[in-house]
Design a protein around this ligand. Structure first.
Ligand SMILES: Cc1ncc(COP(=O)(O)O)c(C=O)c1O
Length: 391
């Protein structure tokens, strides 16, 4: 069989066997409704409590009750943005975020604008960093919430979260961060970093899809997300997905436990990949911050190459990578992140995201770079012919 290589780990990851082992009993042996008072319910509830404890411990939350389970990162982002904005709307109706956030944050902000809120979308520099001076200038008397992502999912740039949170608090503003791409990649300590609300998701860290959480610091108000049940302290009603939550708890525990060893592996793979690309392919540039970035994400622009065609050719060679931005109706949108970083159309149009996982080997990289070289050469020869034909 043709060799396949998965280099799209920022998109999702496989569920690890340790996580699956944690989840399996919750499908049949321990199948109670975690809300029931009888022993079946108490057994299920103990599993949910354990997962909550594990996640709280992993991010140094002061109480497990500060973790609210959701159906994933998108739900937690939407809830944080709209729920906090609504809960504090008597104080003010101005929100600050950045132009490079995930659409779960950006589209929630758009919805708020339709309701009459005002939103400032901070620009970023060419490395994808929010400038502190821009943040300071944008804070107003009626600002209630600042939401800046910890790690960008397309280019891997790490924001100065602790400094941003500190500024938010100096001005008595609540601070939320989307840390979906940060969990397991950088240390997250909500107390030390002064984070009020934080979004996490399980499937980026070898946990199941469709589960995540919102960390919400004790005392921060939020509008209820779903009415109709007392689950999640009445804020998000609905029977808890016990297997998913159990898997999320275990995946988080492992991601934090193994972080330094995994990061070392990813760093080695990334450095090897960049060296191989540099030695074999010309006219390539790196997007994102050269140093302040996670090890698992590399975004490269290939001059004279169309990313959609490159993705297709690589897929035919068994290499799974991504354009980093969302696909709609089988075509790939122009990346709002690369645009905000000021990339010209050619660079943005030729940008591909390679995201590594803990099991990727040098052999995988060799296979990928071989296919990449062949595909890029093929596309460039067509592009050169097209340009010559137009002259
Ligand atoms: C930065 C970021 N935020 C939010 C999400 C959404 O998370 P989920 O897939 O769990 O809804 C993603 C997933 O791609 C992400 O990368």
């Amino acid at each position: 069989m043709e060799k396949k290589v998965y280099l799209d780990n920022a998109s999702t990851t496989y569920v690890s066997s340790e996580v699956m082992a944690e989840m399996l009993p919750c499908f049949n042996a321990i199948y109670g409704n975690a809300n029931s008072v009888h022993s079946y319910g108490r057994d299920a509830s103990a599993i949910v409590d354990r997962a909550r404890d594990r996640i709280a411990h992993a991010i140094n939350a002061s109480k497990s009750q500060e973790i609210y389970f959701t159906s994933g990162g998108t739900e937690a982002d939407n809830w944080a943005i709209r729920g906090i904005a609504h809960a504090y709307s008597n104080k003010g109706r101005h929100i600050i975020t950045s132009q490079i956030e995930h659409h779960a944050v950006l589209d929630a902000c758009k919805r708020l604008e339709e309701e009459g809120f005002e939103v400032t979308y901070l620009p970023v520099d060419s490395h994808g960093l929010v400038k502190i001076v821009d943040l300071l200038h944008s804070i107003r008397k009626d600002t209630t919430l600042i939401s800046i992502m910890s790690v960008n999912n397309e280019v891997g740039t790490i924001q100065n979260i602790k400094a941003i949170a500190k500024i938010a608090h100096d001005y008595d503003v609540i601070f939320h961060t989307d840390a979906v791409q940060a969990l397991g990649a950088i240390k997250l300590d909500v107390q030390d970093m002064e984070i009020d609300a934080m979004t996490l998701s399980a499937h980026k860290i070898h946990g199941p899809k469709g589960v995540g959480c919102l960390y919400l610091k004790n005392g921060i108000r939020i509008e209820n997300l779903l009415e109709g049940g007392s689950q999640e302290r009445g804020k998000r009603g609905g029977t808890v997905n016990v297997p998913a939550v159990a898997g999320f708890g275990k995946a988080t525990e492992i991601a934090v436990r193994d972080m330094s060893i995994n990061q070392q592996k990813l760093r080695n793979v990334r450095e090897y990949f960049l060296k191989q690309v540099g030695d074999n392919i010309e006219l390539v540039s790196l997007n994102g911050h050269p140093l302040q970035k996670v090890n698992g994400i590399v975004n490269l622009s290939f001059d004279m190459v169309d990313k959609e065609s490159l993705l297709m050719l690589l897929d035919m060679e068994g290499i799974a990578v991504s354009a980093g931005s969302a696909c709609t109706a089988n075509s790939i949108e122009q990346s709002h992140v690369l645009k905000a970083m000021g990339l010209d159309d050619e660079k943005a149009n030729g940008a591909i995201r390679f995201s590594f996982g803990k099991n990727n080997s040098k052999h995988d990289i060799d296979h990928c770079v071989e296919a990449l070289k062949k595909s890029v050469e093929q596309l460039r020869s067509i592009s050169a012919l097209t340009k010559a034909g137009r002259k």
